[in-house]
Design a protein around this ligand. Structure first.
Ligand code: MOS
Length: 734
């Protein structure tokens, strides 16, 4: 089954409306509704808060503010990952960013809670907030590490000497805006007090982190927090951790001893969940006339919240992408009074590659060289900064195959030289690279006495196809047809996983399922050959074959259901797990990445500068593919987000208040169907034996890496106008 385009096994539930999301759980009975009141200043403190009229409004059960909120645990920096730490709310009168929760109103109906929220009367002493930065800022500082535990700065060779003596030099600044993950399903939860604990239905990417974070915040035993999240309507990073709505619902549910549900409004999401920080990136490339790079430098400054440091790893992929003897990368942070920066769709690679792959296009243009050829000339033989071999690198194949399929040879040789009616037509391309991550994930597989298999893990399915690929891996692992396999996900009572994020979800959970299946086969076999009632009794288990629900050795065979029913009628179980990448020697011995090449054709209206994507192709190398259909869908989704980053997405901060002003889908633009005419993704056959036993690597975030640069480079090819301040919008091209 692995490698087959199996349709989504959860598809029928979803199209029938029977897949229940966090806000749609009704087992708990009639819940109360909470509505969050947010601060209307960006910095300062509450001097008076009057809740009396809200408390007396119809249907209101409680109004919680910092004056009456229960004591909560503090963020503990010794816990290695932010998403497992406490997330206390309503901790005091100080306001740290615009929209920060200042009160929660709980009422019988949502409308009552929302109406009463308007009656909460808050007075503030407004402080001087800092809501923007520039690179010359003296408050810019060096973080301890960047995201994923990577070093903040690297240096190889002598950059200045290499750059100064290069024949051709590019030295440019590129800027990228604040971006929000913006899953379709908002941040939502229902918390039900049950027995001495809490059942928390919450839309999240990492169940184990949600449990740990809620328990630490509320100061209760994690074993008393039961997370249930069978379906998640997208995450894109913003649901890696839990947010204030979950903590507030949990606090209110405990205080009132009733189930409480809260969903953020779309506008609240823009103020409450964090965003990709804005970046200013200086890229310097020095090359010989032959296009070979002598020197690469990528220096990044981004914003951080002063209390919760987040350093996106924006220059990290520059360390592995191209050969050059002299190299520098650096990351700096500017503290601003804005929400915490957070992981958004390929953190680091997505904004970093917008800059570097634009700069490579500028270099190709300066050299008069084909941009595909420029990249091929700078293909390294080993990872140029770590000096270790690549596990499985096929960037050049992606570039060549993409150029061939796209018809790259028809690229207009000179910018602004091809016209189709009112449209100036241009081609652009970009390389793609993304690191491969792995974390600890455990699963349990049980063979039931009726011959079916049940896989249980707290892993989530964000809509990406986890249920489906785990079905395929378990079917292969046990020799069953997929309809004999049942996958149960998203419950903290199941073995803990690293969840969905960082493109690690599929490979972690599939590897763990594969291992659990192996252990389960051995248990079943062991029972059979030791069982005098089995036709397999006394035979050599090394020769066993599991197929169609039977296990055979030589000419003898027995149904697994009979072995299970006879030996352990409640089912035979086994567990499998993966470990943290830091404990895997392959991560030190090899540079493990995925690769791709993007090709885009755009039309730019010669008079209005309206920019339209005409077609786009990505060719990728990701090791082995579990399911070509779900893989292609993820890659296309990433490419479309790349299109958005190139042309549309941008959250704008009001410099007076620190509020995000374009805080809805009418004003924060993401690609819609009319923006996306013809996008295709092709995946090369592959198998990376250093990544894991299944040979597979993550795909979720690769599609966005470099995709936006291909579009922006196509705009340059169409018009001769180079925009370095993303997104590339009409007024910047005119
Ligand atoms: Mo991803 S931004 O790690 O969900």
């Amino acid at each position: 089954m692995i490698g087959q385009a199996l349709n989504r096994v959860d598809g029928p539930l979803k199209v029938a409306g029977r897949a229940t999301y966090a806000y749609e759980q009704w087992e708990a009975g009639q819940p109360l509704y909470g509505f969050i009141v947010g601060a209307t200043i960006g910095k300062g403190r509450i001097t008076r808060i009057d809740t009396e009229s809200a408390e007396h409004a119809p249907g209101v059960y409680m109004v919680m503010t910092h004056l009456n909120a229960p004591a909560q645990g503090a963020r503990d920096e010794s816990i290695p990952f932010e998403y497992w730490r406490a997330q206390p709310v309503l901790t005091g009168p100080d306001i740290h960013h615009y929209g920060e929760p200042v009160a929660l109103v709980v009422a019988t109906a949502l409308e009552q809670a929302r109406a009463a929220a308007d009656l909460v009367d808050v007075e503030y002493a407004t402080g001087r907030g800092r809501f923007a930065f520039d690179d010359q800022d003296d408050e810019v500082y060096i973080p301890k590490v960047v995201n994923a535990g990577l070093p903040t700065d690297t240096a190889v060779g002598d950059f200045d000497a290499g750059f100064d003596s290069a024949d051709v030099r590019i030295d440019q600044y590129y800027t990228t805006p604040y971006e929000f993950s913006m899953p379709m399903e908002p941040h939502a939860c229902l918390v039900e007090p049950r027995d001495d604990g809490l059942v928390v239905y919450v839309s999240c990417q990492i169940v184990d982190a949600a449990r740990a974070s809620i328990a630490a915040t509320l100061g209760i035993d994690p074993a008393r927090v039961h997370i249930v999240t069978p379906f998640v309507g997208g995450g894109f990073g913003s649901k890696l951790g839990i947010h204030s709505e979950t903590i507030l619902a949990a606090l209110a549910a405990r205080a009132l001893r009733k189930p409480v549900k809260i969903a953020m409004t779309r506008q609240q999401i823009f103020q409450l969940v964090g965003m990709r920080p804005t970046s200013s990136q200086r890229v310097r490339l020095g090359a010989g006339r032959d296009g070979r790079l002598a020197a690469i430098a990528h220096d990044v400054t981004m914003h951080t919240n002063p209390d919760v440091e987040y350093a996106e790893q924006t220059a990290a992929t520059t360390r592995s992408l191209y050969a050059a003897p002299h190299r520098l990368t650096s990351h700096r942070l500017a503290p601003l009074d804005l929400p915490r920066g957070t992981d958004v769709r390929a953190p680091g690679e997505a904004p970093g590659m917008l800059a570097v792959e634009s700069a490579m296009d500028e270099l190709a243009h300066a050299l008069g060289m084909d941009p595909v050829e420029l990249r091929i000339r700078n293909e390294p033989t080993v990872d140029p900064e770590r000096d270790v071999p690549y596990s499985d690198r096929h960037l050049v194949e992606c570039l060549r195959e993409g150029a061939r399929r796209f018809g790259w040879e028809r690229r207009p040789a000179a910018p602004a030289s091809v016209r189709d009616g009112r449209w100036l037509v241009g081609y652009g391309m970009s390389a793609a690279i993304r690191g491969h991550f792995q974390g600890p994930t455990a699963v349990r597989v049980r063979w039931e006495a009726d011959g079916t298999a049940v896989v249980q893990t707290d892993m989530t399915d964000l809509g990406t196809g986890t249920y489906t690929i785990l079905t395929q891996v378990a079917a292969d692992g046990l020799g069953l047809s997929p309809d004999r396999v049942r996958i149960e996900l998203g419950r903290s009572d199941f073995p803990a996983s690293w969840g969905s994020g960082g493109s690690w979800g599929a490979t972690n959970s599939c590897t763990a399922v594969d291992r659990a299946c192996q252990a389960l086969r051995e248990k079943v076999l062991g029972a059979a050959v030791a069982d005098t009632r089995s036709p397999l009794h006394g035979l050599d288990p090394a020769d066993a074959v599991f197929s169609e629900g039977n296990v055979g050795i030589g000419g003898a065979s027995e149904a697994v259901s009979e072995i299970v029913a006879r030996n352990r009628p409640e089912g035979v179980e086994a567990e499998g797990a993966t470990r943290f990448m830091g404990d895997d020697p392959n991560y030190t011995a090899y540079s493990i990445n995925t690769y791709g090449a993007h090709f885009a054709e755009v039309g730019v209206d010669a008079d209005t500068a309206e920019i339209r994507l005409r077609r786009m192709l990505g060719v990728f190398s990701v090791g082995r593919v579990f399911n070509p259909k779900t893989t292609r869908s993820q890659l296309i989704g990433g490419m479309i987000w790349g299109l958005g980053a190139a042309l549309e997405e941008e959250a704008v901060v009001d410099p007076r208040s620190g509020a995000f002003v374009n805080h809805d889908f009418a004003q924060y633009l993401v690609p819609v169907h009319a923006d996306v005419p013809d996008v295709d993704a092709v995946v090369l056959d592959g198998f990376d034996d250093k990544a894991n036993v299944l040979g597979a690597k993550g795909v979720g975030e690769l599609g966005i890496c470099g995709a936006g640069a291909a579009v922006a480079n196509a705009v340059f090819n169409a018009t001769g106008v180079r925009v370095r301040d993303f997104p590339v919008t009409i007024e910047k091209v005119l």
